[in-house]
Write a protein that binds this ligand. Structure first.
Ligand code: CA
Ligand code: CA
Ligand code: CA
Ligand code: CA
Length: 247
């Protein structure tokens, strides 16, 4: 049967429109840390394009099939370089009540232990197509429940033109936004490493970044999280981890 006609593609009893990991029947429970997905062709060989992603950040709506949240013709996935590129990024966002974010590929991980862990991703420049970024343009990573209402993200954002590091914590669609200046000029950044260091016992997340493989720079103090995100961090449900190609 075509996935378009199959309401539950991974046969886990959760229909596609409410399944944050629509092609993972274990919904992250079988994905134990450490996990490394190099985004190279067929590594790990499961998930979308064989790269390990098993769902898209989405909110529960009857009309919201995950297949509507990306266009395979708009992606460069895998290959020898080990990258996932979105060609044309749509002006959509998970911020606040918008909740129409597209292309936010994610996978679930089992965080059922109290062991601290760090989510790390490397992004390759040039950023913003070598143009001066504007508006709400950003790209980065997040952790969360899998929906667009409860997450913590760190992004490289426009910051009014020079680029900056933005951290957003959202609890039931109420965002807390923190903006930080970039250490160095945007044009000098060829690789940007983003980090979210999670302490499940303390219920905190420390965001950080590094430029061109250099020293890790913490932004702000560890963020105390609550609500669904805190339950998520403490292993009440699989945690979503992902790339965040924002508008
Ligand atoms: Ca389907
Ligand atoms: Ca399902
Ligand atoms: Ca599933
Ligand atoms: Ca939201």
């Amino acid at each position: 049967m075509s996935d378009l006609n199959d309401p539950d593609d991974d046969n886990d009893g959760k229909n596609d429109n409410i399944d944050f990991f629509a092609i993972d029947a274990n919904n992250g429970a079988g994905t134990n840390l450490p996990v490394q997905y190099p985004l190279l062709n067929n590594s790990p060989g499961t998930g979308f394009f064989g790269l390990g992603f098993t769902g898209l950040m989405s909110n529960q709506q009857a009309s919201n099939n995950y297949l509507n949240n990306f266009d395979p013709n708009n992606l460069i996935a895998g290959g020898a370089a080990g990258v996932l590129s979105i060609v044309a990024v749509s002006p959509k966002d998970a911020l606040g009540n918008l909740n129409n974010q597209e292309n936010a590929f994610q996978f679930g991980v089992n965080t059922s232990t109290s062991v601290p862990f760090t989510v790390n991703s490397r992004m390759l420049g040039p950023f913003f197509n070598n143009q001066t970024p504007s508006g709400s343009q950003s790209q980065g990573i997040y952790i969360g429940t899998g929906d667009q209402s409860n997450y913590l993200k760190i992004t490289l954002n426009a910051n009014g033109g020079p680029g900056g590091i933005q951290v957003v914590t959202e609890n039931t669609d109420a965002p807390i936004i923190n903006q930080y200046a970039l250490s160095g000029t945007l044009s000098s950044v060829s690789t940007l490493d983003l980090y979210l260091s999670v302490n499940p016992v303390a219920g905190t997340v420390q965001p950080a970044y590094a430029i061109n493989g250099g020293q890790k720079i913490n932004v702000g103090s560890p963020i105390q999280v609550g609500g669904a995100l805190l339950n998520n961090i403490r292993g009440a449900a699989a945690m979503a981890v992902a790339s965040f190609p924002l508008r």
